[in-house]
Ligand binder design. Structure first.
Ligand SMILES: [Zn+2]
Length: 261
């Protein structure tokens, strides 16, 4: 299981507070793929990437609702991966770039959604506070079926609460993320490259506040910057590593888990 015969890093009792930072790699096996990769959504349907630019609002709303609705449905139908489930069972807070709601579906309670959520609709009206939960493919609202609608409070169009290109990250999620990074004893990046924002800022923040930093990536990029940011780089499948950690930390036998994936 370990490359080169070295013992793979595993958290111990000294890592009281574990904080995860997750990206699209963690949800890839749900069928969502990673957006940017060669098999990603944007490679298959280039026009959908177009719609991710904020300056195209509100004309892009039909495309946005249809794309995010479809993605959210795929994620919900598949459900959380073994990685999501292990993180939830560890009771660890999560900072995520994913908008698919799978950490919450797995049972994680503290989730900082840096890129928003495809399961929330918000109003385009800058002063309007209206928001609603979306139930893709199953709810009674137009948005649930990928169709744009008007805000019931003010009549402006509604949009998915996801961060588009050229938009700022939500301040409350970012604030929570920084707070979590500062208090972490162990900071673990999973399914995200680690060298771009926010990993490139959050992992060093955690490290500067005393955390051990770990990257789990089955194929880590050969970037020397990674070695400066992360104390340990585990080049293995997170869906094997995280359940192993969880079993070790919770000291239970393998036979008691019936993970369907
Ligand atoms: Zn409104």
């Amino acid at each position: 299981m370990t490359a080169g015969g070295h013992a793979r890093f595993c958290p111990g009792e000294e890592h009281g507070e574990i904080v995860f930072l997750t990206g699209s790699g963690l949800s890839a096996r749900t069928g969502l793929g990673t957006f940017r990769g060669p098999d990603g959504l944007w490679a298959m349907e280039p026009e959908t990437e177009q719609a991710m630019h904020a300056e195209l609002l509100p004309g892009s709303l039909p495309m946005l609702w249809s794309v995010w609705g479809r993605m959210a449905r795929i994620a919900l139908d598949h459900g959380p991966t073994p990685g999501h489930r292990a993180i939830a069972r560890l009771g660890a807070p999560v900072i995520t770039q994913n908008i698919d709601g799978l950490h919450q579906a797995a049972g994680s309670e503290v989730v900082a959604e840096l890129h928003g959520s495809a399961l929330q609709a918000v109003c385009l009206g800058p002063e309007c506070r209206w928001r609603a939960t979306v139930v893709p493919g199953a709810g009674s609202r137009a948005e649930d079926h990928g169709v744009p609608a008007a805000c019931p409070d003010c009549g402006e169009p509604t949009r998915p609460d996801v961060v588009l290109f050229d938009e700022n990250l939500p301040a409350d999620a970012l604030e929570l993320a920084v707070r979590l990074a500062r208090r972490a004893d162990l900071f673990v990046a999973v399914g995200t490259s680690g060298v771009v924002f926010p990993a490139a800022q959050l992992a060093p923040t955690a490290k500067a506040h005393g955390a051990t930093t770990v990257l789990i990536d089955i194929d880590p990029p050969p970037d020397p910057a990674l070695r400066a940011i992360f104390d340990h780089i585990i080049a293995e499948d997170a869906h094997e590593v995280l359940p192993d950690w969880e079993r070790t930390l919770n000291q239970v036998g393998r036979s008691s888990f019936l993970d369907p994936f």
